[in-house]
Write a protein that binds this ligand. Sequence first.
Ligand code: AMP
Length: 403
Amino acid sequence: MTSHASRVLVLNSGSSSVKYQLLDMTDGTRLALGLVERIGEETSRLSHTPLVSGGAKREHEGPIADHEAALKTVATELAADGLGLDSPELAAIGHRVVHGGLKFTVPTVIDDAVLAEIERLVPVAPLHNPANITGIRTAQALRPDLPQVAVFDTAFHTTMPEYAARYAIDVATADAHRIRRYGFHGTSHAYVSRQTAALLGKDPAETNVIVLHLGNGASASAVAGGRCMDTSMGLTPLEGLVMGTRSGDIDPAVTFHLKRVAGMSADEIDVLLNKKSGLLGLCGDNDMREIRRRIEEGDERAQLAFDIYIHRLKKYIGAYTAVLGHVDAVAFTAGVGENAAPVREAAIAGLEELGLAVDAGLNAVRSDAPRLISPEYSRVAVAVVPTDEELEIAQQTYALVNA
Ligand code: AMP
């Protein structure tokens, strides 16, 4: 399908929120962005920022009953800026969909069969896929004529070899329940690994990168020549690194113990490991800025939480160096990775034998641009590469509808 319409609306629908960005794909400019929060409550909030003709941020509070009402409010805000969703300039809507299972390896134009398949994956993504489906249905109702594209968080990881994707459990049980490692944050890992190759002046097909996506959720990936070889998240986003509120790797027997000895239900254990663990569970704070502030004041609990976080990170850097054999770069991204110089310094400290080092001066520079923070002599480059999942979703969506 060819079209000269050049705008793409990117929607990231959560269970009670919708994040959106409108981009012009002739040059990737952002035209507007915003967030609707607490959908379904009395105190829903919309914050909308037009980025054209000097418009200022607008905020509204008041009940927004459901996703349909939320998207209609977004459409009204965009129309007020002359960016209405009825515009012939709008080429497509790109949806972030968390779980695409094994079936969706690339961005996909959504039809009834695709929607049914996303629905079939709800048992493996009970928190995320239902919200994504609601977002898609609502957008379809608003613009039934427009291509809607699903961009999957899992897609980039579908290149993982079987030996990295399978858990060592009974194959029949695993297959019956689709239990395997899927990985998440895929659009970020794809975008950042490519941007890192560009920063090195190399072809992504000839570059091996370890990407450390360290936000409130966190994951690492080993990318060889643009293909994911391993990633730290698994069946769900709970596996792997220590995160803001998730435990990451844990002996699965801890869960039986919590059930048998502590008398907790499966749902209670789920909440404990996903929402009350990680940095929050260890020290009461999940924001790295607050943890660093407490460490500066000599707080030992914050220091121990930080040390556990760094220890896990180092283990993954070592493991993925072994997985890749040859590493061109380690790239830090997302809220913590892009902003927390002490995390980058501590994670790389002592890894000289792996060819890794950080230059203190370069590491201290604050910037929004992709940059190297390793000294000249470092055999493996260490980089800070800001992620941009919305741009990646918009680019993939636009490329598909213009293919
Ligand atoms: P994200 O999920 O990528 O939006 O990352 C959010 C997290 O990034 C927050 O919870 C903080 O822990 C962290 N963060 C954001 N800004 C900073 C900063 N300036 N220094 C340290 N950590 C930061």
